[in-house]
Write a protein that binds this ligand. Structure first.
Ligand code: GLU
Length: 449
């Protein structure tokens, strides 16, 4: 295993995020390799850490003033052993090959946990949609798809949304794909419900995170009722995490964006959350504006001189990091332990650094890792693909019931795998091991390809 990691480091020395994801994974799957030498004999790990295909391309586009910009587009097709590549597209200035590879790597095991037949991939661009007009975003999406279309397809690779890509972008991307291929297929998920989308897809990641957290609480004889929760982020995942916490009787104290966070001591209730959704999804404004409507709430801007986020210093029972990778460092984790948080469940992908995860384990804080906890989004994407293939659509209740049952199964799978391989209660080990065994076995069955 050291050799596998050494090769990864030597091949791509600058890909820090990818190294982090691979290291965390390798540390937990060792017991499987010790019991099953066939994975070593057929170089399953070596193959897992090397993408099946990586596509990088130029994305030129013209802004509203006639200036031409050039961004870089990516699609990393990581692993197709158990199904077509599946995973989101991220449009954010921080996007680079390392970020897309780490996300694609995580996606492989996350998708394996969903119980559906989905391989793993991820893509995106270093484009910043913030402060761009709808027409600029449309031209960018059309240019992006004018290259991506030749690499994807409903049985090959099915992209979806992620940070910076939601309903608006999926619409523009789908329109261009359809025009270029002259085909109406389920090539993207997260589509509008009137043109092939699934009900509950926007809610799915956030709802799934809270279903997973509820399962974790059930095991220790508790529920979400009256739990005080810290949530970071205010995008799709954070919004629906908050909504489900409220539906299950919990209290939401914080939400944030890249400029700062709001702390509402009285709790962000459903009406306030609806206002916040309007602010973020329709006005596309900053979270600070929440305090104009609700002046009793406190707004705390990001302080670049601080090496921790004060959001995680509020007293609470549960924390749901739902903003972005590495947002909880060791100091933040220490603060969470000090304020009495008993459960951390990851809404974003890899939001906790490895030292933070170790601190949670040392202090008996329950930890739900992203690949298991936030798999509800891609799971409902899988359900969207199934509905598209049948050319019919299920009701809200039907999709929500399936989502809930998938999250319960993922939880049980993690618990069982962790116990079977000698790490009872370790959800991170359980998720990595169960995902690895499913994908690894398919790779063994299919030979050295
Ligand atoms: N971007 C989401 C994730 O991180 C969803 C991917 C999808 O629906 O394909 O899982």
């Amino acid at each position: 295993m050291e050799q596998v990691l050494a090769t990864v480091l030597q091949r791509d020395p600058e890909q820090q995020e990818f190294h982090q994801a691979v290291t965390e994974f390798l540390e937990t799957v060792k017991p499987v390799l010790d019991r099953h030498p066939e994975y070593r004999n057929f170089a399953v790990l070596e193959r897992l850490v090397e993408p099946e295909r990586m596509i990088m391309f130029r994305v030129p586009w013209m802004d509203d003033r006639g200036r031409v910009h050039v961004n870089r587009g990516y699609r990393v097709e990581m692993n197709s052993a158990i199904g077509p590549y599946k995973g989101g597209l991220r449009f954010h200035p921080s996007v680079n090959l390392s970020v897309i590879k780490f996300l694609a790597f995580e996606q492989v095991f996350k998708n394996a946990l969903t119980t559906l037949s989905l391989g793993g991939g991820k893509g995106g661009a270093d484009f910043d949609p913030r402060d761009r007009s709808d027409t600029e975003v449309m031209r960018f999406c059309q240019s992006f798809m004018s290259e991506l279309f030749r690499h994807i397809g409903e049985d090959t690779d099915v992209p979806a949304g992620d940070i910076g890509v939601s309903g608006r972008e999926i619409g523009f991307l789908f329109g261009m794909y359809k025009k270029l291929q002259n085909k109406f297929t389920g090539v993207l998920t997260g589509k509008g419900v009137s043109w092939g989308g699934s009900l509950i897809r926007p809610e799915a990641t956030g709802y799934g995170v809270v279903y997973f957290a509820s399962e974790m609480l059930t095991l220790i004889g508790q529920t979400m009722e009256c739990k005080h929760c810290l949530i970071s982020g205010s995008g799709n995942v954070a919004q629906y995490t908050a909504e489900k916490v409220l539906q299950l009787g919990g209290r939401v104290l914080t939400m944030s964006d890249s400029s700062g966070y709001i702390f509402d001591e009285e709790g962000i209730d459903i009406a306030k959350l609806e206002h916040l959704k309007e602010l973020k999804n329709v006005e596309r404004g900053r979270i600070e504006k929440y305090c104009q409507r609700y002046p009793h709430a406190e707004y705390v801007p990001v302080d670049p001189d601080l090496d921790y986020n004060p959001l995680w210093q509020h007293e609470a029972d549960c924390a749901f990091p739902a903003a972005t990778q590495n947002e909880i460092n060791a100091k933040d984790a220490q603060h969470l332990v000090e304020v009495g948080v008993k459960l951390v469940c990851e809404g974003a992908n890899m939001p906790c650094v490895p030292e933070a995860i170790s601190l949670f384990a040392e202090n008996d804080v329950l930890f739900g890792p992203a690949k298991a906890a936030n798999a509800g989004g891609v799971a409902v994407s899988g359900l969207e693909m199934a509905q598209d293939a049948m050319r019919l659509s299920w009701t809200r209740d039907e999709v929500d019931t399936r989502l809930r049952s998938i999250m319960e199964k993922i939880h049980q799978t993690c618990v069982d795998a962790a116990a079977y391989y000698g790490h009872p209660g370790d959800y991170l080990a359980g998720a990595n091991i169960a995902g690895f065994v499913k994908v690894g076995n398919a790779m063994l069955d299919q030979g050295v390809v």
